[in-house]
Design a protein around this ligand. Structure first.
Ligand code: 13P
Ligand code: SF4
Length: 317
């Protein structure tokens, strides 16, 4: 890709990656060109596992800030870069530490389990972190009489509550992308493509989850699309994921689920899309912006994250 400055980003990024011993980790919601330049593409859990175990000196995270912060917590000795510090997460930002602290105080005696889509000050307040691919299994691995406080996603919380039947109180947060999918739009697509299977992320609202043939994390959706016999799928999550789905299944059809407002393009995560090839090039060249976290905070936040990593490893996730 030659740009206006006459720089071939792909070959320059590849050259600098090798020279500086950088690993590029990318989430499935990144654009296709970024996924293709990455050394590893995955969901939040797989990306954390890769961040915790690799031989690179520098991690460049093509994703949102909580993901890069988690990588830094898991590999504090490494330099962790993110091409745009403003690539945040509306779900993480829907949960402020001072409010969450009160929520915990008002519901004493509960194990605090939080989704990895949180800012670091929430992780510090948590007992165990989870992702969408291990939330149900982590909760099921705990004694049945344990009472749980879950945050910040109300939809994922409601999903795991129904799946596990456990006593869970859920924080009222949500992701601006997954809340926007239109049930009517999905049903209309289903009418036009009756053979298509509806596959959605657990961050979607209950009515959307109710019409789904399959619900799972981004990697679980990709795996399902590969192994299932259906020739077409209506995909209820950020459409960046369709790049991998198409790569793995060139003959299958993937239809992005529409947002309620068909003119807004708001089924895309604007934060994920802040990362561009140009920013990755500048970031790897200048080795900034860098994720910097106070070592004491790293120590505290690593406790619930490491619990998640240990339970996941034990469960073979
Ligand atoms: P996954 O862990 O399923 O990739 O989800 C991350 C995310 O941000 C979903 O919106
Ligand atoms: Fe956060 Fe939603 Fe973007 Fe995922 S899609 S990173 S939950 S804002």
């Amino acid at each position: 890709m030659i740009n206006k400055d006459n720089i071939d980003y792909v070959s320059e990024i590849k050259r600098l990656k090798k020279k500086k011993n950088v690993i590029i980790l990318a989430h499935y919601y990144q654009t296709g060109d970024i996924q293709d330049i990455a050394d590893f593409v995955g969901d939040s859990l797989a990306l954390s596992q890769k961040a915790a175990s690799n031989d690179a000196e520098i991690i460049l995270f093509a994703g949102v800030r909580f993901m890069a912060e988690t990588a830094k917590i898991l590999s504090p000795e490494k330099k962790v870069l993110i091409p745009d510090m403003n690539a945040r997460c509306s779900l993480a930002d829907s949960c402020k530490a001072e409010d969450f602290k009160k929520f915990i105080e008002n519901n004493p005696g509960r194990t605090v389990i939080t989704y990895v889509n949180t800012n670091i000050d929430i992780k510090v307040l948590s007992d165990i972190i989870c992702t969408s691919s291990n939330a149900v299994q982590i909760i099921e691995s705990l004694p049945v009489d344990i009472k749980i406080l879950f945050g910040p996603d109300r939809n994922l919380g409601n999903y795991i509550m129904n799946k596990t039947g456990r006593d869970i109180i859920v924080w009222n947060g949500a992701c601006h992308v997954h809340e926007e999918f239109s049930l009517e739009g999905i049903l209309k697509l289903k009418q036009e493509n009756p053979e298509a299977k509806v596959i959605v992320h657990p961050e979607c609202k209950l009515p959307v989850r109710m019409v789904a043939d399959y619900i799972g994390s981004t990697s679980a959706l990709i795996k399902f699309a590969k192994k299932d016999d259906a020739a077409s799928f209506i995909v209820g999550t950020e459409p960046g994921i369709i790049h991998q789905m198409k790569k793995e299944n060139p003959s299958k059809k993937f239809i992005p689920a529409p947002p309620r407002d068909s003119t807004c393009g708001c089924n895309e995560c604007s934060f994920m899309k802040m990362i561009t090839m140009e920013k990755i090039y500048r970031c790897i060249r200048d080795e900034r912006p860098e994720i910097m976290i106070d070592p004491d905070v790293i120590k505290k936040a690593s406790i619930p994250i490491n619990r998640m990593m240990e339970i996941s490893e034990k469960l073979g996730l």
